[in-house]
Design a protein around this ligand. Structure first.
Ligand SMILES: [Zn+2]
Length: 175
């Protein structure tokens, strides 16, 4: 089966030979893991489109192993290639459900790409839509006002408790 959907490319890693392993947050399937054949070749016409931060119209084919293959893609928007964007994409990859669409989260993602930058409130909004309690959250340790979200552990924490904990601050999302 072949599907055409919209998706935000979250990450891209080199796979076997010239293939690439992609993570894409799609409108119709939620997060998906997809391979793209020969993306590493200079002549690949997809390589300029399937980059982290690009919003793409993407054609996906289901593979026998349950994964996906991206067979065509055209970028229709993008977030700037900045450290802030990469942090946001990493955050999304950690919190969004894979293989389960969520129209609310998708609308937020489209809005963020449309505004061309990620704002602090966007993290809280997405966590709220996912039911992780972005605006209601209290520090998991002391119950105080939240300053950070730790995607790895899916917990909220205040500045004081983060400073006391062992988690390196670069893994914490400043909210
Ligand atoms: Zn605290």
């Amino acid at each position: 089966m072949e599907y055409l959907t919209l998706g935000l490319v979250l990450s891209k890693e080199r796979g076997k030979e010239a293939d690439s392993n992609l993570r894409v947050y799609t409108r119709d399937f939620g997060g998906v893991a997809a391979i793209s054949r020969s993306l590493g070749k200079i002549t690949s016409k997809l390589s300029g489109h399937l980059l982290p931060g690009k919003l793409v119209s993407v054609r996906l084919v289901e593979r026998n192993n349950g994964g996906w293959q991206a067979v065509d893609a055209l970028s229709v928007g993008s977030l700037p290639a900045t450290a802030e964007t990469l942090k946001f994409l990493d955050f999304l990859e950690k919190v969004i459900p894979f293989n389960e669409p969520d129209r609310g989260v998708w609308e937020k993602v489209e809005k963020i790409v449309g505004q061309g930058k990620v704002e602090k409130a966007d993290y809280v909004d997405i966590l709220d839509v996912l039911g992780l309690g972005g605006s209601l959250a209290k520090c998991v340790s002391c119950g105080g006002s939240v300053a950070y979200f730790l995607p790895k552990d899916v917990i909220f924490i205040c500045h004081k408790c983060l400073a006391r904990s062992f988690s390196p601050e670069d893994e914490a999302i400043d909210i």
